[in-house]
Design a protein around this ligand. Structure first.
Ligand SMILES: C[S@@+](CC[C@H](N)C(=O)[O-])C[C@H]1O[C@@H](n2cnc3c(N)ncnc32)[C@H](O)[C@@H]1O
Ligand SMILES: [Zn+2]
Length: 293
């Protein structure tokens, strides 16, 4: 992480400010050390990643477990190889369309929420100018540690700060960031979809945007009803509405002054067995939502 983000941080426990105690640096990046708030809450910086102590998801995205079975590169390759050429093209366009919106930020702090393996982060690094400081956040310290190594070369002219933290309790002061984005991050948060969006609104400056790339389904189709049944078995039936365009836009408007969307793709899905959405044979859309605070 880089020292420029320290004034933006506030302690998730007591909301006080932090002081940083670096013990190792690589050029200007703090790679080892810790931050401590006025109440003595201390969080380590290790391998370049600030670790706010968040635990990984258990049922999916348990990156530390996956990396015991195969290396970061092997898992990356395996996940990409599972897709058909058509799915890869749709995803490539979705990432490009999302980054076309984030590239509108010319200066300031850009937060990538739930970066995961960094599909969007990679694009942000390619498309951001050197006056943009990217902050990559995910529950998983492990995935960020690998992302940082993977992108080190590509990001050498940029500042990218990595923070392992919970997107529903971000360690930032209110009104402190210039843009936030997430590529399928909130849907992955399940029941925390709304809290994630509300929290991103809290940390953005007035007039700043959240660029949210997400999928829609049609509530009239059999696939949607199947997804609803599956969610019901997990006691998450209500969250099927996080796939419905009008509900999702209304939810953003609860926390932002305005929200609108653009479709990157719409069509009939060739779903993957491992993913609930898009549902094989059913209509879906990939949407880029812009919500302005
Ligand atoms: C599959 S990734 C999303 C794709 C990713 N944005 C990309 O561009 O490659 C989903 C990520 O959400 C993260 N996640 C889930 N719940 C979270 C939360 N409450 N706070 C932060 N990250 C969370 C998971 O750890 C996982 O890495
Ligand atoms: Zn504190």
């Amino acid at each position: 992480m880089f020292k420029e983000i320290i004034p933006l941080l506030s302690c998730p426990c007591c909301k006080k400010e932090f002081t940083c105690f670096p013990s190792e640096m690589e050029n200007e990046e703090i790679t080892e050390g810790y931050i401590e708030c006025a109440e003595g809450h201390r969080y380590p910086i290790h391998k370049g990643v600030l670790n706010m102590g968040s635990a990984e998801q258990e049922d999916s995205n348990a990156w530390s477990d996956y990396y015991q079975e195969m290396s970061y590169e092997e898992l990356d390759r395996a996940l990409e190889e599972r897709k058909t050429e058509n799915q890869r093209n749709i995803q490539r366009k979705f990432l490009t369309d999302t980054a076309a919106e984030t590239a509108k930020l010319k200066k300031g702090f850009l937060l990538d929420i739930a970066s995961g393996r960094g599909l969007l982060l990679s694009k942000l690094i390619e498309t951001s100018g050197s006056d943009v400081h990217i902050i990559s956040a995910d529950l998983s310290f492990t995935v960020l540690m690998y992302d940082r190594l993977k992108f080190a070369d590509k990001a050498r002219n940029l500042k990218v700060s990595y923070i392992a933290c919970d997107a529903t309790n971000l360690p930032f002061k209110p009104d402190s960031l210039d843009m936030a984005c997430s590529f399928s991050g909130f849907l992955n948060m399940g029941s925390l979809f709304e809290s994630g969006i509300a929290e991103s609104a809290r940390v953005l400056k007035k007039g700043a945007s959240l660029i949210h790339a997400t999928a829609y389904m049609n509530p009239e189709t059999p696939g949607f009803q199947e997804v609803e049944k599956i969610l019901e078995t997990m006691n998450q039936k209500a969250f099927v509405r996080n796939l419905v365009q009008e509900d999702v836009l209304a939810l953003h408007r609860r926390y932002f002054a305005d929200a609108s969307d653009k479709f990157s793709y719409e069509g009939i899905a060739e779903g993957e067995e491992a993913d609930l959405v898009p549902y094989h044979g059913d209509w879906f859309a990939n949407a880029v939502i812009t919500a302005v605070k």
